[in-house]
Design a protein around this ligand. Structure first.
Ligand code: ATP
Length: 514
């Protein structure tokens, strides 16, 4: 079906059309208007300073069939928006347009998976060549997913819309085995992933391969590395990487457009199916399709790799038969990286960043300090690293103290919030409309005694402070006064539902604002 596509044009499938500078909008002007409203809301919510730092250069790249793509000029901006604001943007967009299922941020000039020397002009020329080739095709056209280049049989999908005919989710060129840091917390999963990517024989032993870990521990990175490596080893293999959300979207649109049959045919014809974020697969009929698909692939000894934030047995939203099929292979967990791995991850990131900016220098002491202090996931480390690079461009003399200030919010996000007695006093006083001085005074009017006793009670149950310490912090009271307050509030809240709810609300306000 793709006789008319020459070799040069085929390689253009590497470049999603909307990633190219100057080729912005492919949807309707209605979408542009929605985009304007979304931007206005972002500005109103975040303030114009934050807005112009991060969102001023956003452009609408594509909007159709439930998928919105917003482009930004740099990989750094994309990564920052993805980790800090994507949820907010999606939420605002979905509220504006309920048909939107997914919002993606892409880099305008990026050429994912392209040879690093490729320049945009060349890409545009080839893009043009491809379009011309496509217009000469008499029937349906081909798909433009990065992976389908190596999957000729997938290139004959009968959809008339070239740009929408994407079977797999795009790959991020940074996610390779070489850039993945291996260590005690992920060694087994890493070895299994390599085996799957490198050898069809071993693959059958780990089928399906199920990798699970909590957020930001490298599941997507590892899955995309499997896809990239498989294609490198065997450029003719038919590999598809999809997020579960994307799988759902593909099926939903195919059913709507009466294309479900052809989609199923395309999926049936692949060698390696990789599904990410399995916990998001929902809906009975989609799950039925999924189950059918993996049964068929597994029965014909085709490799399936799945990742989720929990083991198959805990994916409660999945139908029991899907869970049981996923349980039938090997399930491996990845855990939080240790210090050595965190340091290696930062060093790897630095090396990659230096390719773009050779002048970039962050010394070993700073990297070790960040690796020691940011103890959470790879994503937190990535966020910390991006902050460092960003700050360093206008504060070249960053020292450890300043770094702690800048990264404070990332450090804190990894540890449980510590509630302070002053925060309790401030929030309770504000809630009952009394001043903090009144709260700590000796005044015995009812309107003050009640908030005071509540604040003492919350100080006891929300902090590790002793009764005498709490007494001291409440205007020098005796510990028996605190104990009396704690018992009284406990007794009253047991019988008074309104008070119990009030306490619950205060607890939440304190935890959120502490
Ligand atoms: N072992 C690792 N080596 C190198 N980079 C890593 C590693 N683990 C995580 N990262 C980096 O941390 C970031 C987050 O990783 P990734 O998106 O793969 O996590 P995830 O487990 O898929 O998270 P989520 O469940 O939220 O989708 C990525 O930039 C990734 O490259």
């Amino acid at each position: 079906m793709h006789n008319g596509i020459d070799k040069e044009a085929k390689s253009d499938f590497l470049f999603p059309v909307n990633l190219i500078e100057g080729n912005e909008m492919t949807g309707s002007s209605g979408a542009e208007k929605t985009f304007d409203r979304v931007k206005a809301q972002l500005k109103a919510r975040l303030g114009s300073e934050v807005y112009s730092s991060w969102f001023g250069r956003m452009k609408l790249a594509e909007a159709s069939k439930g998928l919105v793509r917003i482009s930004v000029p740099t990989a750094f901006l994309r990564s920052w928006i993805n980790s800090h604001y994507l949820e907010l943007i999606s939420e605002i967009w979905k509220a504006e347009d309920s048909e939107v299922l997914k919002v993606d941020i892409v880099v305008r000039t990026a050429t994912r998976l392209a040879a690093p020397t490729e320049d945009v002009e060349k890409v545009q020329q080839r893009r043009k060549a491809t379009r011309q080739t496509h217009t000469t095709l008499s029937t349906g056209t081909t798909a433009n997913t990065t992976l389908e280049r190596a999957a000729p049989s997938l290139q004959s999908a009968p959809s008339g819309d070239f740009r929408q005919n994407v079977l797999g989710s795009p790959l991020d060129a940074r996610y390779t085995f070489q850039s993945f840091v291996e260590g005690p917390s992920n060694r087994v999963a890493f070895a299994a992933a390599r085996a799957v990517a490198e050898s069809a024989q071993s693959a059958v032993r780990f089928n399906p391969l199920f990798i699970h870990a909590t957020v930001g521990l490298g599941k997507t990175h590892l899955l995309q590395a499997i896809a990239a490596e498989s294609l490198k080893q065997n450029p003719h293999s038919r590999v598809v990487y999809l997020t579960a959300e994307y799988f759902m979207w593909r099926f939903a649109t195919a059913i709507r457009d009466n294309n479900a049959l052809s989609l199923k045919e395309q999926l049936r014809d692949i060698d390696l199916l990789i599904i990410d974020d399995m916990q998001f697969l929902q809906g009975k009929s989609i799950q039925h399709e999924f189950c059918h698909l993996i049964n068929m692939l597994l029965d014909s000894a085709k490799q399936v790799v799945v990742a989720a934030d929990r083991p198959p047995s805990e994916l409660e939203s999945l139908e029991p038969r899907v869970r049981s099929r996923l349980n039938g292979g090997v399930a491996l967990e990845m855990q939080t990286p240790d210090f050595g791995m965190r340091l290696s991850m930062l060093k790897t990131r630095l090396e990659t960043a230096k390719v773009e900016d050779p002048a970039l220098a962050i010394n070993e002491e700073i990297l070790s300090h960040v690796a020691r202090t940011v103890t959470g996931s790879g994503r937190e480390l990535e966020g910390a690293f991006n902050q460092l690079v960003f700050r360093q461009s206008f504060e070249p003399q960053l020292n450890i103290e300043r770094i702690d200030e800048i990264l404070g919010h990332i450090y804190r996000s990894g540890e449980p919030k510590r509630v302070r007695i002053e925060d309790i006093q401030r929030i309770v006083a504000r809630h009952y409309n009394v001043s903090k001085t009144e709260l700590l005074s000796n005044r015995r009017t009812r309107t003050i005694v009640k908030p005071r006793q509540i604040a003492m009670y919350l100080a006891k149950v929300m902090t590790p402070r002793s009764l005498p310490e709490i007494g001291r912090r409440f205007g020098g009271r005796d510990h028996t006064t605190v104990l009396h307050a704690v018992r009284k509030i406990e007794d009253l809240s047991g019988a008074d539902n309104t008070l119990a709810q009030e306490l619950e609300l205060l607890r939440r306000l304190i935890t959120d604002q502490a």
